[in-house]
Design a protein around this ligand. Structure first.
Ligand code: ATP
Length: 269
């Protein structure tokens, strides 16, 4: 098994696999433990033996280029696609494979491009988020959302498709929060948003963590994600090739060169 320091990320056609023993959280019982996950689309091997863990209260990011397999990992976790190998443990137990059971367990996805019900109102989108709830705390959770995003209260009757990009992201997060999750999965949350809105979004994610929600995020635009992440991994051609704290990856010249848009000589200067 190669040491992480041996990796020459990125741009290698056949990436080495990140060493499992370098994930310190795997020693304690994590909330989410992904063990040698494989996903195939026919002959395409989209996710290759991916292992990582997320401890309760952490923000963990997976960064990678277009087509690296980030969304596929999210879809496999939430039961939208079937894995072809490996296992996923949630609080020490196998995670169910059907999407609604995954939501019931406390894992909610904020999907790429929001995937709101555009012709429905903000209120109707929120109601969909709470659809599986039978407990009596739903009203409290609505109040929590309107405290987090006051603009949504004013827009309850507006069609979701007519909201700004930032407002749509607020609605997508709120819809996920209304399922009362323990962990939120963010699939490319910054996609299509102005830098100022992305900054606010990252602040929101930090606030959510403070409120007790664990976060797993996949991102192509890595800077802001790494800045707020306790730990992060680099995904390349379906395999994790490097891992460390968010800070370590931000400071890594190879990562900076490949994912943060710096040219090589700047990265090593
Ligand atoms: P992006 O940021 O562009 O969404 P990604 O890192 O999320 O990229 P995935 O969308 O997970 O990557 O795709 C991983 C690989 O699987 C790609 O090669 C993609 O073409 C392929 N793929 C994804 N969905 C399907 C599908 N439904 N059928 C066949 N191949 C697919």
């Amino acid at each position: 098994m190669p040491r992480e320091s041996d990796h020459t990320v990125p741009n290698s056609a056949a990436p080495e696999t990140e060493s499992a023993e370098t994930t310190p959280e795997s020693a304690s019982k994590p909330l989410l433990a992904v063990d040698t996950l494989d996903v195939h689309y026919g002959k395409i091997h989209a996710v290759r033996g991916v292992s990582f863990a997320v401890a309760s209260g952490e923000i963990v990011s997976i960064v990678g280029a277009n087509g690296a397999g980030k969304s596929t990992i999210m879809w496999a976790l939430t039961g939208v696609v079937r894995s072809s190998g490996g296992r996923v443990l949630w609080d020490g137990e196998p995670l169910p494979k059907s999407p609604h059971e995954v939501v019931r367990k406390g894992l909610a996805l904020v999907p790429e491009r929001r995937r709101l019900f555009a012709p429905l109102t903000v209120r109707e989108n929120l109601v969909m988020g709470a659809y599986l709830r039978k407990d009596k705390n739903v009203d409290k959770d609505y109040e929590r959302i309107f405290t987090l995003f006051p603009v949504l209260r004013q827009r309850l009757g507006q069609l979701a498709g007519t909201l700004s990009g930032g407002e749509q992201q607020m609605l997508a997060i709120s819809r996920a929060l209304l399922s009362a999750p323990r962990m939120l999965l963010f699939d490319e949350p910054s996609l299509g948003l102005a830098p100022r809105i992305v900054e606010q979004l990252m602040e929101t994610i930090v606030e959510l963590r403070k409120s007790g929600i664990t976060v797993l995020m996949v991102e192509q635009n890595a800077v802001q994600a790494l800045e707020i992440s306790d730990r992060a991994h680099v995904l390349e051609a379906g395999a994790l090739v490097k891992g460390g704290t968010g800070r370590e990856l931000l400071d890594d010249p190879a990562v900076r060169c490949a994912y943060l848009g710096e040219i090589a000589q700047d990265a090593t200067a």
